[in-house]
Write a protein that binds this ligand. Structure first.
Ligand code: NAD
Length: 280
């Protein structure tokens, strides 16, 4: 069985550095994909209320034969539920869907600075309640820029354990990653493969040929060497198994730098300062 390293969060809790993401996996496909991932050795699943598949994630864990306590589960607050009472109801619904009386990590999915009068601080206060009552073992944020994190630092009481942001070789996020590092906030890199867009890159191909690994494995290993947490998504069993096969090799410092030098400041997803999607 592959041994995935743990990272220690700023509250002393451990999180597996590598996991499985279920964004854009249809609810009907989620049970099988998560089952395959658990069989392949994944012990960390990243879902969200807005993905519509929390229930299928919970079902797959419950039927896997793996103890709930051995699987690290993350979910995220819907953009529709930032007001504190809505957030409390949404969190109850997330726990019910996952079929557990706690979650390992709960995040504000997007800061939505142009919505709710720009008040993500009250929303954060609600996540602090979930942390204090023990139903969220860790709490954090996603898509927060340094200016958003500074407000939580000033007006909040508990520092976010993680900031989950878009990071990949074409969008290395040096500024946000450095800020998080200085403030003991662990970075989780979403779309670590840029949804597949970086996989044809000649620099990555060359390193893959030289190391005898696939381009996806090289990119995922690059994230691991940089210290970020990753959870690539796939519904293809062979790729699910391929993606976890990154703990039997290392990249040289030169290779890590060569991949970082591919940065183009090119997002695949929305800009958190402008993103204002609220589901109806
Ligand atoms: P990803 O970078 O993980 O790319 C997934 C795609 O890459 C797959 O659909 C497939 O086309 C391709 N792929 C995967 N493995 C491959 C392999 N071995 N060989 C070739 N191609 C392969 O993209 P993602 O799903 O957007 O991101 C991963 C996870 O990050 C999500 O599932 C979700 O959990 C999280 N995420 C969070 C946010 C957020 O706002 N917090 C946004 C996007 C994603």
């Amino acid at each position: 069985m592959t041994v995935v390293p743990d990272i220690m969060l700023n509250n002393g809790n451990a999180i597996p550095q590598f996991g499985f993401g279920v964004f854009q996996i249809e609810p009907d496909d989620t049970f099988d994909a998560v089952t395959t991932a658990l069989q392949a050795g994944y012990r960390h699943i990243d879902t969200a209320e807005m993905y519509g598949n929390e229930r299928q994630v919970g079902d797959a864990i419950a039927k896997s034969g793996v103890d709930r306590g051995e699987v690290f589960v993350t979910s995220k607050l819907s953009n529709a539920c930032h007001r504190p009472d809505d957030a409390r109801r949404a969190f109850d619904a997330t726990l019910e869907a996952i079929g557990s009386d706690y979650i390992d990590l709960f995040l504000i999915h997007w800061p939505l600075p142009t919505r709710y009068d720009g008040d993500y601080v009250s929303t954060w206060g609600t996540l602090e309640e979930f942390y204090r009552d023990g139903r969220a073992r860790s709490v954090g944020v996603s898509n927060f820029q340094p200016r958003h994190l500074r407000r939580l630092h000033t007006d909040g009481e508990i520092p976010p354990a993680v900031n989950q942001i878009e990071v990949h070789p074409y969008f290395t996020q040096d500024g946000v990653r450095a800020f998080c590092g200085e403030h003991q906030i662990t970075v989780e890199a979403w779309s670590p493969l840029a949804q597949g867009r970086v996989l044809g890159d000649p620099t990555i191909d060359e390193i893959a040929r030289r190391t005898g690994k696939t381009p996806a494995q090289v990119v995922l290993r690059w994230h691991i060497e940089r210290g970020d947490i990753v959870f690539p998504k796939s519904v293809t069993p062979q790729r699910i198994r391929e993606n976890i096969g990154i703990f039997d090799f290392e990249l040289s410092g030169e290779d890590v730098e060569a991949i970082a030098a591919l940065n183009r400041d090119e997002r695949t997803g929305p800009d958190p300062d402008k993103f204002d999607f609220v589901p109806s």
